[in-house]
Design a protein around this ligand. Structure first.
Ligand code: FAD
Length: 483
């Protein structure tokens, strides 16, 4: 290994090859421990190349020495795919020094950015050109565009603009044998062979290392508004979504749902973020959130006032028809931000509350009420003291369905047993309703076993054939995605 480390230092310079002595080295924890603190790995080295040529040279060196590579962006992933294993034999390849916005092309509504640009920087560069890059996640201040594409990230605007895949026109990728595929074409149409770009997107660093991307931009909407509404049931929330879609059409950019418990956690751990709920309460004495709170967002190509008027029509209809008990409309940007802050505070409030067994499931939107009712019932019959934190992207049929273990099973072997039983119950329900075990976070390490159990044999065989063809030496992120 000394030969490899020396060669990496010669290539990148001493300062860009970090050597952690152990997994718990605090100095390197941001590279070795995942955001949730669930996986703590130990890397042979953390390398920080500055451009695609250096990335390619690192891949060639590691392949020659039989050392595998874990690509890493902002390390905000939630399935453990971006941190090394515990062996001390993997190299973490951080993309964070690839940080240039290469070009904004307003006439083509596109932008080319290095993989290590933060999502917020990409959004900002688009805004400075008077345009919109609509991908939006609560982690946008720390995640990278390369990581977003590697995980095919979703977020809050999928209803209108699609996932990261739909927002990508071209890619530059370093292959497992250390060559560079330069596919940065800003084309809407390109049928010249297999869709390599789409193969790379969502492959979680197992098929290639993304070094840059050409992204699809949109005109900035001229007006926007947000509303919070309270519903007594998920069926009513779905009917509300249908009505809002019919009325607002493509203007409807987001539809998020939050159960009572996640909002109570925000009230407990981030009371400032929860203040916006006061607008939904009939009296100041009752601060209990509704069974379900829905956040709707509407964009207009005319003005804020126009967006508000159209949203007002939807709110009125929903109140008149009894789908909604209370509703509040944001009349300025501060109020809009406060409503989004409520939604985006949930993951942190959950983390503060303690360990949860998490699921990022997707089912057809129409199946959501039955899925939640049946999964809740199965869990609460088995563990009456377990608590269910359910929220997510209602418009996309994507729920974060998380379960807090009862105190008796909060650690050790009890927790391991609890986790595997809860997973079985939840994924059985998901599959019965025609859903997926990962809607937007990916497979990483967390869902590898479940892939083996739940993915079709034919699909797995095709995926393994692709992996073998593109990375025969298993250099790129082994043990992730495929069992
Ligand atoms: C508070 C919070 C909220 C979140 N909300 C959402 C949400 O709404 N929707 C959503 O989809 N996700 C969400 N996430 C998850 C996470 O932010 C996304 O998965 C994000 O896309 C990961 O980007 P990253 O740069 O941090 O990637 P990392 O965590 O560094 O890596 C993720 C995976 O991609 C691979 N990878 C990273 N960069 C590259 C590259 N350049 N080339 C090849 N492979 C690479 C890694 O090996 C790993 O397998 C959230 C996370 C947090 C902490």
């Amino acid at each position: 290994m000394t030969t490899l480390l020396n060669a990496l230092r010669d290539l990148l310079g001493q300062a860009q090859v970090l050597i952690p002595q152990r997994a718990t080295d605090a100095e390197f924890s941001r590279y070795q421990t995942d955001w949730r603190g669930r996986y703590q790995g130990h890397a042979l080295a953390i390398v920080r190349p500055a451009n695609a040529d250096e990335v390619a040279a690192v891949v060639r060196l590691c392949a020659q020495h039989g050392v595998s590579i874990v690509p890493q962006g902002g390390n905000t992933g939630l399935v453990g795919g971006g941190v090394p294993d515990e062996s001390g034999r993997q190299v973490v390849l951080s993309l964070q020094r690839l940080r240039q916005i290469r070009e904004v092309d307003p006439a083509n509504l596109s932008m080319t950015a290095d993989a290590g640009c933060l999502l917020a920087e990409v959004q900002q560069a688009a805004a400075e050109a008077g345009l919109l890059f609509p991908l939006s996640l609560a982690s946008e201040g720390s995640c990278t565009i390369g990581g977003n594409l590697a995980t095919n990230a979703g977020g809050t605007q999928v209803l209108r603009y699609g996932t990261a895949r739909e927002l990508c026109l071209g890619l530059e990728v370093v292959t497992a044998n250390g060559e560079i595929w330069r596919g940065l074409k800003g084309l809407r149409k390109d049928n010249s062979g297999y869709a390599l770009r789409d193969l790379m997107i969502g492959s979680e660093g197992t098929l290639g290392i993304i070094t840059a991307a050409t992204l699809r931009l949109y005109p900035q909407p001229k007006g926007q508004t947000t509303a919070l509404l309270s519903c007594t049931s998920l069926s009513d929330a779905i009917k509300l979504l249908q009505a809002a879609r019919a009325d607002l059409d493509a203007g409807l950019t987001a539809c998020e749902v939050m159960g009572r418990l996640p909002l109570q956690l925000v009230q407990g751990h981030q009371p400032d973020a929860a203040k916006v709920l006061l607008g939904l309460q009939a009296t100041t004495s009752d601060t209990t959130p509704a069974a379900w709170t829905v956040l709707l967002e509407n964009a207009s190509n005319e003005s804020d006032e126009h967006a508000q008027q159209r949203m007002q029509t939807v709110l009125q209809m929903a109140m008149d028809s009894g789908l909604v008990q209370m509703a509040t409309l944001a009349v300025n940007q501060t109020q809009q931000q406060a409503m989004w802050q409520l939604r985006e505070s949930i993951p942190l409030a959950e983390r503060t509350e303690g360990l949860m067994v998490k699921h990022d499931i997707g089912v057809p939107t129409s199946a959501i009420p039955d899925f939640v009712r049946e999964a809740d019932q199965a869990i609460q019959t088995r563990w009456p003291q377990a608590r269910i934190v359910c929220f997510g992207h209602l418009g996309d049929g994507n729920l974060h369905y998380n379960v807090q273990p009862p105190p008796s099973q909060g650690q050790g072997i009890g927790l391991t047993t609890f986790e595997s039983e809860v997973n079985r119950l939840v994924f059985d329900e998901v599959m019965r309703h025609g859903g997926t075990l990962s809607a937007e976070h990916g497979v990483g390490r967390l869902r590898v076993e479940e892939m083996g159990r739940r993915q079709s044999v034919t699909a797995l065989a095709m995926m393994k054939a692709i992996k073998l063809a593109l990375d025969p030496g298993n250099v790129l992120n082994p043990g992730r995605v495929l069992p």
